[in-house]
Design a binder for this molecule. Structure first.
Ligand SMILES: [Zn+2]
Length: 489
């Protein structure tokens, strides 16, 4: 195969426009990799960048690594964050040898203070830097809100096919193979985007369950057909008040624009026809804890939907914790982001009796602080490793200084210092908690936790809790989304 110069990079963020916490440049610093650092940073993970890089290396291609950066979901990017990161990405594309093609790994639900369609603007600037003739393949998360601007400024989009996202590495490989096929004259992609006129709520975004399952199976069947290069379905990210919010169908056909449009319209219409199956009927926190305590199938996982950290919430909601304490729940585990309380425990030391007011400190949308009294059982630096493919593809986690306080009921409150979405059981095992031996495990999540927790859960109870990731779209006031959109209208 001919050797091409392939640029690789990406700036990834899922921005929750209802969050009170903007995302500054500093939130990206820890993950930021530049130039050759990128090859080391993404060696042997389950992320799309790993799949992309190893595929290019396998084919002996020359890689031009630019920058890669991501931050935990939170509010929109500050102008400084957006301009600095995008500016560096573009500068690296225009300095040095000119790329023959590029794979750009975006998330697809980035909002910047001055660009509601943040990814659209990044892709537009990248296209401008590359020039119109250089093929550009973009990978996106299943929670992307795809816009026409994103589609118009690249040659092909490749979106994850799973939620929890366990196929990221394969998608990165697919994007790299597709780019090489374009460069070698074997593929001539034309794309069509059609957006179903609805909000696909987060509760029904599990790709292994209906109603999404059949849609994903149909997309896979379509992708296997001759003449179809990629058949993408994305459920969208509902916590973003932007015009393009909602699910997307992006069909990439080989040369046949009409067929791409036709198939995209067919799948989008299919999704619209499923709206009656998107019903939300979940217990409130008190009922969820009552049911969990009465269950005979421990461990019971209670899902705190309103504080879905992976969806941009603060991680310190006390909606479920308050009920665990009030009802005297035994052998429950709840992780609360509270660096202040963790520091107090570290000061007190292991074995010390502490009296704390925990959680509910980030804003007023996620409950009030809860008073607890107990004994500090564990202090830990919060680092853990994960070898299995989990949502997000990461192999390392770092929840910062972490303290475990055991209450008289045997319930343990894990106080950490970095917001950490529950993608890995090792978030608990690293602080001495054996998840299988608990009665109740509380996760601040929606779907993504399932890759780690489903194998050990006796029962799962999803709870309708308040917050910036509340499950029901009707709880939010949208001003910028396109209308009409079911169920808002
Ligand atoms: Zn996602």
């Amino acid at each position: 195969m001919k050797t091409w110069r392939i640029a690789v990079g990406g700036i990834q963020h899922e921005s929750n426009t209802f969050s009170a916490h903007p995302t500054p440049l500093g939130a990206f610093t820890r993950s930021l990799a530049r130039g050759d650092e990128i090859l080391e940073r993404w060696r042997d993970t389950h992320h799309e960048l790993t799949g992309c890089l190893e595929t290019l290396q396998k084919h002996g291609q020359q890689i031009l690594p630019t920058i890669t950066a991501s931050a935990t979901p939170a509010g929109a990017l500050t102008p400084e964050a957006f301009e600095t990161l995008t500016g560096e990405l573009v500068a690296r594309l225009t300095a040095g040898p000119r790329p023959d093609g590029m794979v750009l790994a975006q998330h697809g639900a980035m909002v910047a203070a001055e660009y509601p369609d943040g990814d659209g603007e990044v892709i537009r600037r990248v296209r401008e830097a590359l020039g119109p003739q250089v093929p550009l393949v973009v990978t996106l998360d299943f929670h992307t809100n795809v816009s026409e601007k994103m589609v118009a400024n690249c040659d092909a989009i490749v979106i994850y096919k799973t939620n929890p996202h366990v196929d990221q590495r394969q998608r990165g490989a697919q994007a790299a193979e597709l780019l090489l096929a374009i460069l070698n004259g074997e593929a001539r992609p034309v794309q069509a985007l059609v957006k179903p006129a609805l909000v696909w709520n987060i509760l029904h975004q599990y790709t292994r369950a209906e109603p999404l399952r059949s849609v994903m199976e149909e997309a896979a069947r379509l992708e296997a057909e001759d003449g179809i290069l990629v058949a993408n379905v994305a459920a969208g990210y509902p916590y973003s008040d932007v015009e393009e919010m909602g699910p997307s169908v992006v069909i990439v056909a080989n040369g046949d624009a009409d067929r791409a449009r036709r198939e995209a319209q067919r799948l989008a219409a299919w999704m619209e026809g499923l709206r009656d199956q998107l019903e939300i009927r979940l217990p409130d926190p008190a009922e969820a804890v009552r049911r969990a305590r009465a269950s005979t199938k421990p461990p019971v996982v209670i899902v705190e939907m309103g504080d879905n950290i992976g969806g941009g919430s603060p991680g310190d909601s006390t909606a479920i914790l308050a009920e665990l304490v009030a009802q005297g729940a035994e052998k429950a585990v709840s992780v609360i982001y509270d660096p202040e309380a963790a520091a107090v425990c570290a000061q007190a030391g292991i074995g010390a009796r502490v009296s704390l007011s925990v959680g509910g400190k980030s804003d007023t949308m996620h409950g009030a602080p809860v008073a607890i009294e107990g004994v500090v059982r564990t202090l830990h630096d919060g680092r853990f490793e994960e070898r299995e493919p989990r949502h997000g593809g990461a192999t390392r986690g770092d929840q910062g200084l972490t303290a475990v306080v055991e209450l008289p009921t045997g319930t343990r409150v894990v106080l950490n210092s970095r917001r950490t979405a529950p993608m890995s059981l090792h978030q608990l095992t690293c602080v001495g908690i054996v998840p299988e031996q608990q009665r109740i495990l509380v996760v601040k999540a929606a779907i993504a936790y399932r890759a780690a927790y489903e194998p050990i859960a006796g029962e799962i109870i999803e709870a309708d809790t308040p917050g910036v990731t509340a499950v029901n779209p009707l709880r939010f006031t949208y001003e910028r989304v396109r209308r009409p959109l079911w169920p808002l209208d």
